[in-house]
Structure formats: structure tokens, C-alpha cells
Design a binder for this molecule. Structure first.
Ligand SMILES: CC(C)(COP(=O)(O)OP(=O)(O)OC[C@H]1O[C@@H](n2cnc3c(N)ncnc32)[C@H](O)[C@@H]1OP(=O)(O)O)[C@@H](O)C(=O)NCCC(=O)NCCS
Ligand SMILES: [Zn+2]
Length: 248
């Protein structure tokens, strides 16, 4: 079982001194959201309840006014019969938007087991990417963050092998892509990627193979295969355009 950084902090701060390790035996893992937490502890339960809601149903954007100023609507589409969702390019200059996005990132990092705590929009280095979100009933149910990619490589799908001496010219990189559990396999990641392809550059529509992936996860690789994969004519293997993320 892997411990996220958040949980280690939780242990360090909240458990009585000297009891942290014996308490580990009370850790349980939620089968739905995947969080490991201490069931016998009120703080653990509260932490889980909050995380669970966000991971399963999405993160609340706020009031109708906040929703309207969240960003530019790119696409509206039907998610469930009679219920519309929208793909929005988030206004990352707004403090309120940044706060919500931080929460979404926290949930995504927990799922990805990532310890990435980069302060994308607060740090000294100016954030150069874009953030596309999928909103349904005032909750963010999907997010895709882009960045300027490093040098591109072709990775043989299903392996971590990079094809030598072949470097695809990447126009944009996928820093993060995440969809809450309840709404997976509804085509939301695909819609977010279409938004990346059509709205990353003014009047320029990117081809899927110009969109690079940084360290795709197991499921990320499935999406990358379908969206950006190309079949190598001689070997018949599927190649995915990838790049190595710059160390921060
Ligand atoms: C990866 C993730 C973003 C996919 O989101 P999604 O909205 O479910 O993806 P889509 O519905 O657009 O799927 C597009 C295609 O990807 C493939 N795919 C996606 N999830 C898959 C899965 N669990 N198993 C097999 N193929 C899958 C399929 O080919 C699918 O097309 P299809 O449904 O027509 O067969 C989502 O599963 C997720 O957030 N996972 C946890 C975080 C993560 O791993 N992020 C990727 C980091 S690189
Ligand atoms: Zn849970």
C-alpha cells in the first residue's frame, strides 16, 4: 500500500506522539475512491468524507455567479439524458478560480499517487499552459492542464521503450488529465483533448500526434493510444508521442 504525502503529513500532525505506527493497523482503503484513512479517528473520517465526495462527484465550483465567471465556454454537450455539461477554458488569472483548481489538482494527485505540489499559478515562474475543465451541475468532473513540452519521443505503447533517433515535433504537452470516477468512459477526456487541440493556439488546429504525453499512467496510456497513437507501419506497434517533464 502506498502512502500519499498528504496522509504522511496527516500522520505526523494528527496522531498522538508514539502511536503513529501502531495506528497504521487501523488504516482502511475505500474501494470506491481509493483513499487510505484511519476509520476509528474522527479526523480520518472527516478527511475521507470530503475527499470521497470530491473524487466521486467532482469539486464544487460555487455559486451561479462564480460559475459564470469561471472561464470561456468552449462546448456544451449532453452528459445524461436532458442534462448538459460544458467544456470551459478556465480563467486562471482569477484567484477564486485558482483556489478551485488547486482543490481539483489535489484530488487528481491523490488518485495518481503524485507528490507534485507545484504551485502552478502562484509561483514565481509564470504559468504558460492552459486549463480546460468539464463542468456538470456546478461541479468540475474533469480537468486537463497543458504545458510547453520538452523534446518529443515516440514510446511503444505498453512498454516504456522510446524509439531511438525519432523525435516528433510536439506543439503542446499534457501535464495533467483527470476525470472523476463516476463519469469515466463518457468521452470526457476526449472532449478535453479536443479542446486542447482546437484552443491552445489562435486559429490553429493541432493534429493529435502534436499533443505529447508526460509519463502517461496506466489508464492515461489507453486514452493516449486512442487519441494520439499512430501505428508503426513495419512493426504494427502503436507509438505514443511523449516527453520528459522538466524537473521542478
Ligand atoms: C485516464 C482518464 C483521464 C480517462 O478519462 P475518460 O473520460 O474516462 O476517457 P474517455 O471516455 O474519453 O476514453 C477515451 C478512450 O480511452 C480508452 N480508455 C479510457 N479509459 C479506459 C479504461 N479504463 N480501459 C480501457 N480503455 C480506456 C478507450 O479507448 C476510450 O474510448 P472508448 O470509451 O470509446 O472505448 C480517467 O480514467 C482518469 O482520470 N483516470 C485517473 C487519472 C489518470 O490516470 N490520468 C491520466 C494521467 S496520464
Ligand atoms: Zn472513499
Amino acid at each position: 500500500m502506498k502512502f500519499s504525502r498528504k496522509m504522511s503529513i496527516f500522520y505526523a500532525n494528527k496522531t498522538p506522539r508514539g502511536k503513529a505506527y501502531c495506528k497504521r493497523s487501523m488504516l482502511i482503503k475505500c474501494a470506491q475512491c481509493g483513499l487510505c484513512y484511519i476509520d476509528s479517528n474522527a479526523i480520518g473520517q472527516k478527511l475521507h468524507a470530503r475527499y470521497h465526495r470530491n473524487a466521486i462527484n467532482g469539486i464544487r465550483v460555487g455559486s451561479q455567479r462564480e460559475l459564470e465567471s469561471f472561464g470561456k465556454v468552449i462546448e456544451k454537450f449532453t452528459i445524461k439524458v436532458g442534462k448538459m455539461g460544458s467544456i470551459i477554458e478556465a480563467n486562471i488569472n482569477s484567484r477564486k478560480v485558482q483556489k478551485v483548481l488547486d482543490e481539483v489538482l489535489q484530488a487528481a494527485n491523490m488518485v495518481l499517487n503524485s507528490q507534485d505540489n507545484t504551485k502552478r499559478w502562484h509561483g514565481k515562474t509564470k504559468f504558460k499552459g492552459k486549463v480546460f475543465v468539464c463542468i456538470y451541475r456546478a461541479r468540475i468532473i474533469g480537468i486537463c492542464i497543458t504545458e510547453t513540452p520538452q523534446i518529443g519521443y515516440w514510446m511503444i505503447q505498453g512498454s516504456n521503450i522510446l524509439v531511438p533517433n525519432k523525435n516528433p515535433k510536439l506543439a503542446i504537452g499534457i501535464d495533467r488529465i483527470f476525470v472523476v470516477k463516476t463519469f469515466r468512459r463518457h468521452g470526457i477526456a476526449t472532449r478535453l483533448l479536443n479542446a486542447v487541440a482546437n484552443h491552445s493556439f489562435y486559429k490553429l488546429k493541432l493534429r493529435p500526434y502534436q499533443i505529447g504525453w508526460s509519463q502517461p499512467s496506466h489508464f492515461g496510456e489507453f486514452v493516449a493510444r486512442k487519441y494520439s497513437g499512430v501505428v508503426h507501419p513495419r512493426s504494427g506497434k502503436v507509438l505514443i508521442p511523449v516527453y520528459k517533464q522538466e524537473d521542478v
